[in-house]
Write a new protein. Structure first.
Length: 79
């Protein structure tokens, strides 16, 4: 499958069998599954292709594994 897509099934023969990589993840060329953005990063868009497409979580926010956006730290806390 092209970069930005993946396919978990074997024996597929068409490009349309490839699934777009979801937000919060990236899919290099030939992916058999998507890779989640690591904790501390996020990705708001689908079809991303490499780890560097995951954006560093800003100060005052947190980003668990596979985040599609950052979350502000609760009132009375910081980072």
């Amino acid at each position: 499958c092209p970069a930005g897509t993946y396919n978990t099934l074997t024996g597929k023969v068409q490009l349309s069998d490839c699934v777009t990589c979801p937000a919060g993840a990236y899919c290099p060329l030939g992916s058999t599954n998507y890779s989640q953005c690591p904790a501390g990063t996020y990705n708001t868009l689908t079809g991303k292709v490499q780890l560097s497409d995951c954006v560093t979580c800003p100060a005052g926010a947190y980003c668990p594994l596979g985040s599609t956006n950052y979350s502000q730290c609760p009132a009375g806390t910081y980072n």
